[in-house]
Design a protein around this ligand. Structure first.
Ligand code: FUB
Length: 318
């Protein structure tokens, strides 16, 4: 299963992988053909539902559990079910997903199930205080959950550099600090933020915030959080330079020190991933556009094994 398209009967992308009940569960976006125009707004990413997939082990079959949530079942959402994530806490499974609301603004919703594969019942409103895209929910060893999120350009994070949505917002250029991703602690019932989401700092080896001009390293979208040997690893996509990078901290709020690249550019514009430990090995789930021969919005999920050195640095995927 390593390095090959994992699913070929549907287009799938943005895979969030988790181990639940001893199996690997994959929560990807479900790409589809569309008449929407291709632009920096991401209109071509015109998805309407999610399927959940599972694997008993890496060599076995991939089971498609069917539609777990549809946009037509989400009262507040208009369109564009983008990159989701899932979490388990206290006997329930939660699916977190971004979508444009009826006013065209990306918000983040939550849906609940008794089973990891769903179906998931959505809450009638988006999470209060949510904005932008790409939720990644991380449940720490003390059972406290956090959501990391945000994405610039089509993900609208540049429109939220203040408390209000500013349609004129744009990505800064030059020596000023880059736009930062956001984290918020979740409530015990996993349905709301327990605090106002705050920015997380990504700094270089001198402790300086990464600069807006540093497109090879600055955050663009695709947050993911995992823990390895007690350290917090925040990984993300650099968007227009197409890298998956990571930064580490001893605190879930950061600051995170830039650590390097995990994945070089793949076929297709977007790159988006998750990192999970399964059966004592570590895996990167990501996507490219192999099956569609390079159509940016028709992607397929792949798995690669990753390794750490003795100091906990993630070795670049070859
Ligand atoms: O799948 C739609 C968007 O493309 C995701 O939300 C981004 O991370 C990018 O992969």
């Amino acid at each position: 299963m390593l390095n090959k398209p994992l699913i070929s009967h549907l287009y799938t992308a943005d895979p969030s992988a988790h181990v639940f009940e001893g199996k690997l569960y994959i929560y990807p976006s479900h790409d589809r053909e569309t008449d929407q125009p291709t632009n920096d707004n991401g209109d071509q990413y015109d998805m309407v539902d999610y399927h959940v997939f599972s694997m008993d082990d890496l060599e076995g079959e991939v089971t498609d559990h069917g539609v777990a949530l549809s946009v037509e079942d989400v009262a507040w959402a208009d369109k564009q079910l983008w990159a989701p994530d899932a979490a388990y806490k206290d006997g329930k499974y939660y699916l977190y997903f971004p979508a444009r609301d009826k006013g065209g603004i990306f918000r983040i919703g939550v849906a609940v199930s008794d089973r990891p594969e769903g179906p998931f019942s959505p809450e009638p409103e988006p999470m209060k205080g949510s904005f932008s895209i790409d939720p990644a929910t991380f449940v720490d060893d003390d059972n406290q959950a956090y959501m990391y999120f945000g994405g610039i350009w089509g993900g609208q994070l540049q429109n939220w550099q203040g408390d209000e949505y500013n349609p004129a917002g744009s990505e800064p250029e030059g020596d000023v600090p880059a736009i930062l991703p956001v984290v918020g602690k979740l409530t015990d019932d996993m349905k709301e933020f327990a605090e106002k989401p705050r920015e997380i700092e990504i700094v270089d080896e001198n402790g300086e915030l990464l600069k807006a001009s540093d497109h090879d390293r600055r955050f663009f979208e695709a947050s993911w959080m995992h823990k390895y040997n007690g350290r917090y690893y925040f990984s993300y996509s650099t968007g227009d330079t197409h890298y998956i990078c990571y930064a580490t901290s001893d605190n879930p709020y950061g600051p995170f020190v830039y650590g390097g690249r995990i994945l070089e550019p793949v076929l297709g514009w977007t790159t988006h991933h998750s990192i999970v430990e399964f059966q004592d090995r570590w895996f990167l789930f990501h996507h490219d556009c192999e099956i569609s021969d390079g159509v940016n919005h028709l992607r397929n999920v792949k798995i690669k094994e990753i390794f750490y050195d003795s100091e906990g640095n993630i070795l670049p995927v070859v």
